[in-house]
Design a protein around this ligand. Structure first.
Ligand code: ATP
Length: 628
């Protein structure tokens, strides 16, 4: 997830297992090459059909662009003494019933026909793509209204609408194509919206949000990349349909007779089909060639995108971790402490009587966090422990400002470094304030490392981009820092991991990458949500060691969400025990472990000692908070 920057040099912790020993993939031993993605264009050029299609379309485009130069006559120049003439030196494809040169009209017709197809596709994309992106990403009211508009547009009889527009505005091909573009924009809308919906809730999108990226950046970087390919394929098909529709209208005699187009020529040829069949053949041939090339190109692009990956062998990079990980830690001056808002006690994070709830169908609000208070200071690790569904993540997400839209703050407040991100009486987290903190002063280590990395980008890219944006450093500098960070978190071959895609590394290595990203902006607070749950047991200890080591070196505050008291005992200074959304007990870890006061804490501890993980309800809570 987070991708940001570390300016310090970290020394691996004594006792930290040999980096990379527990990982596979890019850093795995014995790997002789790295999987890389060849570009779509290269794959397209290797497909003969793709090359033919591109050549045909390029040829058509060149003929259209240079029509003025290549055409021996004006499109409407008529030699009435030479009608329906056979091909000769002057008129290489003959003349039509008005004595106009067929070759010249084909060239000018190509210009009009291709431009009108481009206009139609541009209008459809211009409306459908942004609307689909917004509706898919934000959902809510915009999506509901868009769905209505789309349904209305789709229920309109297209041909009748076009005929009406022709009657109202005259035989303009441009107006007809704009109207047709609007009529087919729902196809782009629906395509885009469903593609966005499929990734909207991916963890790497949440992770990008946590790393401080704005919605616009997330859409441009993570969401748009998902719809780009289908849009290109669809455009090839739509352009072909636009040519067919436009020519069809003109064939019916609804076009502008003053302009040469393939449709007008078809109509003219049809009238004289018995006298000069070639008049019909040439525009039909040009249309078939162009539409066929568009269809083939769409297929070739689809094949190129589905063509997976190839193995590119390259020299093994020398291990960099051992050397680059060494060095004295120079922690640059931290952002100044902000002023403490009046009437507050200063802590790094202070949660006071927090309540979070979700409105129910009957109008009531179901509280999932109820009257929870705790604080985290710099340099300490606070654990929030509790069984599944006890409200740990909802509490952490309240601090991160990542609660779902439907969630309500029903009570209490949250302060970060003295300033309210949820002020008393607020019903929502102050997104303006939290967005400025996320990725910079608050970072997040997620539960599932793999889902929090965008599969479409290399690990290096995902580390470098936020550094460039947040720290304002050059790409080269960001790359240098990223490589060092990767070495610092115990990755054996930072170079190789840097250029690897997420699917090429193991879960343990991905979690190390995310930890590198989380510390890269020197945050004041790291929120780690079950950071080891998704990992192999053999890797869990490594990752916990790493978090402990980094926390001690950087002096940051850590809020560790876990259901596992073993992890708390291993890592935390203080612990908060939660059950059914309420805080059951709080105190120093040693104290809670040795003399737990509450029965629920004892049960939770008991399950740990028995080696069970308390993932399910252990104790039934009574309404007053007591346990049975
Ligand atoms: N979007 C939502 N709408 C309604 N209820 C929700 C929503 N998200 C979470 N909840 C409820 O909030 C309660 C607390 O959930 P939370 O995710 O904080 O639990 P948790 O202690 O972190 O559990 P886990 O370890 O399984 O993640 C649960 O009962 C859950 O069903």
């Amino acid at each position: 997830m987070t991708e940001s920057v570390e300016t310090t040099a970290l020394t691996p912790a004594p006792g930290t297992p040999s980096p990379g020993t527990s990982t596979t993939g890019a850093g795995g031993p014995g790997q002789s090459g790295t999987v890389v993605r060849s570009t779509v264009l290269k794959r397209l050029l290797r497909n003969p059909l793709g090359v033919i299609a591109m050549a045909v379309l390029l040829g058509m485009a060149l003929l259209a662009v240079f029509a003025d130069v290549l055409a021996p006559f004006d499109e409407n120049f008529a030699n009435i003494s030479k009608t329906l003439a056979a091909p000769d030196e002057m008129n290489i494809l003959g003349t039509d019933s008005s004595g106009r040169d067929v070759w010249s009209r084909l060239l000018f017709g190509a210009r009009l026909t291709l431009l009108s197809a481009v206009l139609c596709a541009a209008v459809a994309i211009g409306i459908g793509l942004p609307a689909g992106l917004i509706a898919g990403y934000y959902a809510g009211r915009f999506e509901a209204i868009s769905n209505w508009v789309v349904s209305i547009l789709m229920s309109l009889p297209g041909l009748i609408v076009l005929l009406t527009i022709r009657a109202a505005f005259g035989p303009s091909v441009w107006i007809a194509m704009i109207a047709f573009g609007i009529l087919i924009s729902p196809s782009y809308f629906r395509l885009t919206r469903s593609a966005v919906q499929s990734v909207r809730n991916e963890l790497y999108v949440d992770a990008a949000r946590v790393s401080g990226l704005s919605d616009a950046s997330i859409i441009a970087r993570h969401i748009f990349s998902v719809v780009r390919a289908p849009i290109i394929i669809q455009t090839a098909a739509i352009a072909g349909v636009a040519i067919a529709i436009q020519s069809g209208l003109e064939f019916l005699g609804l076009g502008d007779p003053a302009k040469a187009s393939w449709g007008v020529m078809l109509s003219e040829g049809f009238k004289n089909v018995y006298l000069t069949p070639t008049l019909l053949f040439w525009p039909a041939f040009a249309m078939a060639l162009t539409i066929g090339a568009l269809v083939l190109l769409g297929n070739a692009i689809r094949d190129a995108l589905e063509d997976g990956e190839k193995i590119k062998h390259k020299k093994q990079a020398a291990p960099a971790g051992s050397t680059t990980a060494r060095g004295d830690r120079v922690r640059p001056s931290r952002k100044g402490m902000t002023t403490v808002e009046e009437g507050t006690e200063h802590h790094l994070v202070k949660v006071t009587h927090l309540g979070v709830g979700y409105p129910q169908a009957d109008g009531s609000i179901k509280k999932v966090v109820d009257d929870v208070s705790f604080h985290v200071d710099r340099g300490e690790i606070l654990g929030i422990v509790g069984e599944s569904g006890s409200g740990k993540s909802q509490t952490a997400f309240s601090i991160l400002g990542l609660l779902p839209d439907t969630a309500r703050i029903v009570a209490g407040s949250i302060q970060f470094d003295g300033n309210y991100t949820v002020a008393p009486g607020d019903t929502k987290v102050n997104q303006g304030r939290v967005a400025a903190l996320r990725g910079k002063r608050i970072s997040y280590i997620p539960q599932e490392p793999m889902s929090n990395l965008d599969p479409a980008f290399t690990i290096g890219y995902q580390l470098v981009t936020p550094m460039v944006r947040v720290l304002g450093i050059s790409k080269a500098e960001a790359k240098r820092r990223a490589l060092k960070l990767l070495a610092d978190v115990g990755i054996t071959h930072p170079d190789r991991t840097f250029s690897a895609y997420p699917h090429e590394v193991s879960g343990g290595m991905a979690q190390r990458v995310l930890i590198a990203g989380a510390i890269s902006c020197e945050p004041d607070l790291i929120i780690a949500d079950e950071p080891t749950t998704a990992l192999d047991v053999t890797v869990q200890a490594d990752v916990l060691d790493l978090i402990r080591d980094l926390q001690a070196r950087l002096g940051v505050g850590v809020l560790l969400v876990t259901h596992n008291f073993g992890v708390v005992a291993d890592l935390c200074d203080r612990v908060v025990v939660m059950q059914n959304g309420r805080l059951v007990e709080e105190g120093p870890v040693r104290e809670i472990l040795s003399t737990p006061k509450e029965p629920y804490t004892r049960t939770l501890l008991g399950s740990m000692l028995e080696g069970r993980e308390p993932m399910t309800m252990l104790v039934t809570a009574t309404p007053n908070g007591a346990t049975s």
